[in-house]
Each structure stands twice: as structure tokens, then as C-alpha cells.
Design a protein around this ligand. Structure first.
Ligand SMILES: *Cc1c(COP(=O)(O)O)cnc(C)c1O
Length: 392
């Protein structure tokens, strides 16, 4: 099939709810994408932050092949080894909680919101979330997403949500009362523009939650699994949440989400209260186990730390040269370049030169570099951005 024929299929048969670039991707390998015209693209935003250990990591591909030959899907009427094993691995790398498995970030957040209402007393029904957050596209998670542009045309939303500015503990305190069931917050906002809170922010939220008998839910759907230089971003802030949610990086490219809760909270989720037909099947759990093993065997968290620092240095040099860069924010390989002007033309020009980056909030270039990235690849990305910025 030609590229034009593929695009024609989309035009005729696929709902046009995405702004797609006119390229057909035929192969992904490590930090690179290949399109049907034979272009090789350095991918610094792989799979919209899903392919965090690169495209088609060989250990993940091998685990999927092996599991596919034994058992693809088994429903949750039974036990299966991969799900149990994965839950143990996640528990040991977080706060020792128990996991519920689903298929996406939004579903993981739905599970967390439901569990918060179920677990807290009946007069508690409110959720506090922060402006600029992104928590998903289902009605509850869309309501949790405190960005009016995502709500347009969809009112009324779910009752009970209260929004406060991010990284403003006084506003959070003012919004708190004894009807709050939980605070849901990204430790570092992703879609909101790579916003990093003050070191004490999460701790202060923890204190407010404890004072009012509310739960703290950290949405780690983007930040989870090592890209910030720790397994989970909350671990940068000396705080322990009651629940975390994860998805994107977890499956190495297959659809899996998870909500982990402290054991005493998890105990509320008894049979009949929540479920997911596909959740935690053997195939996706085998893939996720391989992701965690690959991260450890290849020291990828350490690489995320080192290469993240290196990239920040290189970007600081670029900032000196180019007025278009206002500031740079980053933790590990999760980096935002705040521009003084719209980012989409920059994204398009980078792609023409073989570099994929993303733009969020109109003026923030966003990098979610794969944790296998090398110095040479960072240099290549910096060189391409340098030449694009020079063009103006
Ligand atoms: C992507 C994302 C979600 C939604 O995940 P889906 O898999 O698209 O449902 C939720 N929260 C955060 C922080 C995300 O980045």
C-alpha cells in the first residue's frame, strides 16, 4: 500500500479526532522511527511517552513472543502468574502497596477516584485537583483534568471536583474541608507544560490530607517507571501517597494501566466494586515484567539521571544562543523548553530534519526521551534544534 492509500483509508474509515502528521510509520527500533518514505527519525517523544525504554525493546518483544505461545488472555476469574509477579515487582519499587490492573491511564485514575470515595466516609465526596493537570478523557478523569479547553461542549461534568492552582499550598488549604475524599495530583505536570512544584509541595498536601482524613493520589501515568530518575516521581519529594496510578511506560508499548493502593486502602476494593475485563492479562503483564527487568539490567534509571543532566546542560547552552528560549524545566528525561513564541512550527521543522519532539500548551517544547538514549543521540537532537532555532 502506498502512503497516500493508507492516508485515504483513514480519511474514509477512521474518525478524525487526532491531528495527524502526513507520515506512515512502518517500523520502530530503539530511539528511531522509520516512515514509509524511508526516513529515519530520532524519536524524543516515543509513543507519546509510552515507549520509555525505546521502540520494540528486544527483551519486551521476546517476553511477548514467549507469553503469546502459552496464554494470551485469561480473565480475572482465575489466577495467573504474570499478574501476581508484576504486582510484587511494582510493590517493591513503590510503597509496598497492592495493585489493580486495567488498560490505560484514564482507567487507572478512574479506579483511584472510585476507591477514594468507597474508602472514605460517606460524607466525603469531593476531589481536589490542580489547574493545568491532565488525568484522562473519561468523564471522571476529564472532570479531574482542570483545563477548561478540555471541557468545552461536554458539560455538565461529574459533581464534586474542586480546582486549585498548581504548586500553591495556600489555595489548596483554603479549598480543603471535611468533605474532601482525595487530592489527585501529578508530582510533575506533563501535559500542563512540565511544571515542577516546590520541594515541599507534596509534603504539604500530605499534611492537609492527613488533617482532614482525605487520601493522596499521585497520578504517575507520565512520570512513573523511571523516566524522572526514580521509579516514581513522588520519590523525589520525601512523601508517601495512598495511591499511585501508572500506565504509559509500564507495558513497553502494550496497553496496561495500574492503580496501586496502600494495603489498608486496597482492602476496600472487594469483589463487585470494580473490575476490568482485559485488566492484567497474561500478555501485558509479561511485557511489563520485561520492562522492569530491562530497566534494572541495563541501569536505565541511572542513564535517565545522567543523560537528563547532560541534556539540561546542553539546553542551557542553546538558551544563551537563542532568544526564542525563555526557560528550561526538567527532571530526568522529562524536559520542557518554554519558548517565547508558538512551538508547533518548531516541532514541524524538527521533524523535517529527522527529529521528533512534541509541543504542549502552545509554547512548551516537550521531550520525553527514551531511557536508552545515548550522549550521541542527545547531541544529534540538540544540533537539529540548534539549526531550527537559528532559522528563526
Ligand atoms: C496520558 C495521561 C493520562 C491518560 O492516560 P490514557 O492512557 O490516555 O488514558 C492520565 N494522566 C496523565 C498524567 C497522563 O499523562
Amino acid at each position: 500500500m502506498t502512503k497516500e492509500e493508507t492516508i485515504e483509508l483513514f480519511n474514509k474509515y477512521v474518525i478524525a479526532n487526532y491531528g495527524r502528521l502526513p507520515r506512515v510509520i512502518v517500523k520502530g527500533e530503539g530511539c528511531y522511527l522509520y516512515d514509509s518514505d524511508g526516513n529515519k527519525i530520532l524519536d524524543m517523544f516515543p509513543g507519546w511517552a509510552v515507549s520509555a525504554i525505546g521502540h520494540c525493546h528486544p527483551k519486551v518483544v521476546e517476553a511477548i513472543r514467549k507469553q503469546a505461545g502459552e496464554l494470551l488472555h485469561i480473565d480475572n476469574t482465575f489466577y495467573s502468574e504474570p499478574q501476581g509477579k508484576l504486582a510484587k515487582m511494582l510493590s517493591e519499587r513503590a510503597f509496598g502497596g497492592k495493585s489493580f490492573f486495567c488498560n490505560s491511564g484514564a482507567e487507572a485514575n478512574e479506579a483511584a477516584l472510585k476507591l477514594a470515595r468507597l474508602h472514605t466516609s460517606s460524607e466525603k465526596y469531593k476531589f481536589i485537583t490542580t489547574e493545568g493537570s491532565f488525568h484522562g478523557r473519561t468523564f471522571a478523569t476529564l472532570t479531574a483534568t482542570a483545563q477548561p479547553r478540555h471541557h468545552e461542549g461536554l458539560l455538565p461534568l461529574l459533581p464534586g471536583f474542586v480546582y486549585v492552582p498548581f504548586n500553591n499550598i495556600a489555595a489548596m488549604e483554603a479549598a480543603f474541608d471535611d468533605e474532601v475524599a482525595a487530592v489527585m495530583v501529578e508530582p510533575i505536570q506533563g501535559e500542563g507544560g512540565i511544571n515542577i512544584p516546590d520541594p515541599n509541595y507534596l509534603k504539604e498536601i500530605r499534611r492537609l490530607c492527613d488533617d482532614h482524613g482525605a487520601l493522596l493520589i499521585c497520578d504517575e501515568v507520565t512520570t512513573g517507571l523511571g523516566r524522572t530518575g526514580k521509579w516514581f516521581a513522588y520519590q523525589h519529594f520525601d512523601v508517601e501517597p495512598d495511591m499511585i496510578t501508572m500506565a504509559k511506560a509500564l507495558g513497553g508499548g502494550v496497553s496496561i494501566g495500574a492503580m496501586m493502593a496502600k494495603s489498608e486502602v486496597a482492602a476496600t476494593l472487594v469483589p463487585g466494586k470494580h473490575a476490568s475485563t482485559f485488566g492484567g492479562n497474561a500478555l501485558v503483564c509479561a511485557a511489563a515484567i520485561a520492562v522492569i527487568e530491562a530497566i534494572e539490567e541495563e541501569n536505565l534509571i541511572e542513564n535517565a539521571n545522567q543523560l537528563g543532566k547532560y541534556t539540561m546542560q546542553k539546553l542551557a547552552e542553546l538558551k544563551k544562543k537563542h532568544f526564542i528560549i525563555d526557560s528550561i524545566r526538567g527532571v530526568g528525561l522529562m524536559i520542557g523548553i518554554q519558548l517565547n513564541s508558538p512551538g508547533q512550527p518548531i516541532v514541524n521543522k524538527c521533524l523535517e530534519r529527522g527529529l521528533r519532539v512534541n509541543c504542549t500548551q502552545g509554547t512548551v517544547l516537550r521531550l520525553m526521551m527514551p531511557m536508552i538514549v545515548t550522549k550521541e543521540q542527545v547531541d544529534q537532537a540538540i544540533d537539529i534544534m540548534d539549526s531550527v532555532f537559528s532559522e528563526g
